[in-house]
Design a protein around this ligand. Sequence first.
Ligand code: ATP
Ligand code: MG
Length: 451
Amino acid sequence: MVAADISKVYPKDTEAPAGGVDDMTRLLYLHEPGVLGNIKTRYEHNQIYTYAGNILIAVNPFQWSPYLYGTHMMEQYKDADLGELSPHVFAIADVAYRAMKKEGKSNSILVSGESGAGKTETIMMLMRYLAYLGPRSGTEGRTVEQQVLESNPVLEAFGNAKTVRNNNSSRFGKFVEIQFDKEGHISGAAIRTYLLERSRDKERYKLGAGPKSFHYLNQSNCIEVDGINDSQEYLATRSAMYIVGISEEEQEAIFRVVAAVLHIGNIDFDEGTEVDSSVIKDDKSRFHLKTASELLMCDCDKLEKALITRIMVTREGVITKTLVPELAIVSRDGLAKTIYSLLFDWIVNKINVSIGQEANSTQSIGVLDICGFENFEVNSFEQLCINYANEKLQEYFNQYIFKMEQQEYTEEEIDWSYIDFVDNQDVLDLIEKKPGGVIALLDEAWGEGTL
Ligand SMILES: Nc1ncnc2c1ncn2[C@@H]1O[C@H](COP(=O)(O)OP(=O)(O)OP(=O)(O)O)[C@@H](O)[C@H]1O
Ligand SMILES: [Mg+2]
């Protein structure tokens, strides 16, 4: 016997089917335990997808089903009405595509969920299905849709990293706008990326010495990930790079830059003879400095100077200041992050140029994939930005869904009372409000030079 507080007891639908219902709107009682119970029941019956009206809820099974995403499945969902077949991510893509073709209007598909929920994989499935629906006939070699799809592994290779939550966690956000011509064939794509997190290093570049000897790689003590074959992934990345139009020569240059970043990370400093100055620590550090400059094809002395000095522009003119070793390290890491970030931007730009966009494209389907909400033992500014982006997206979702629903009720002259939903405005205010919000305070502190 359990005594429960009556206010915490929710009615159960005793006539619900054993396998649950495939659309939450069919639940007799629509309360949180009912919704969660339904998702659980379906999951136990190997159904990872459930609708809530025209929204799709997915549970990450962490196990690939051999038939769930095959061509046969794609054929089934083509032109099927939403709800006609079992809930599926293909059905959502199909609705977006058909609506676009029928109304000639662009659509966007938003995928949200915490880190590791399966957003990036879902986006990949959406893109694969759209590529299946809209291939261009008669194109030889590298097709636009192939390039659009292969942009994913390339961006993931440079922009994803292992976290405690997800072995392949997106450390950047991306919005891919897939453009279609009047016949509904893919004609181009535009990729925009946001907020690359650069304080995490994941490149495994074989440089003779092995990854463990690189400062930027050995801090996490995690060099291998179960089930991941680095050499296979490397070859897949190289082949994807080729497909998205990055030449052999450019690929070599990319890996040279990555290697240079790693070597920069191994340059250490000692105090110099002058007050508040530093010098390159020893022969080992000098070797890394020299290698980095060779890889970057820049002057070794200039690189050294850039690391151990800071140039300040003041009203009186340009001042060069020497740095103590601790600050030289900050400068070193800053340089490495900037180089890496510019490399990432270069790759994104290269892919965009090679896929091509239609200047006057009127029909497109956009897919948005961001870094999911995350909470680590130690959270930094990056987590604040990531979680804020998630919060903002949630607000948009709330506004859109509830506004849309209520508008529909009004149009259909249904008597409705205001739908109560958890409003996250307080959280947003705390972060973004001007003045007084966290970001505004950080800006202020930054301006005063206290950060
Ligand atoms: N539909 C699926 N079927 C089987 N496994 C899946 C599926 N979706 C995701 N996974 C597994 O879960 C892992 C994490 O998924 P994914 O990288 O898409 O998460 P995410 O939501 O993008 O997280 P983050 O916000 O950290 O980028 C994948 O690497 C894959 O192993
Ligand atoms: Mg992701």
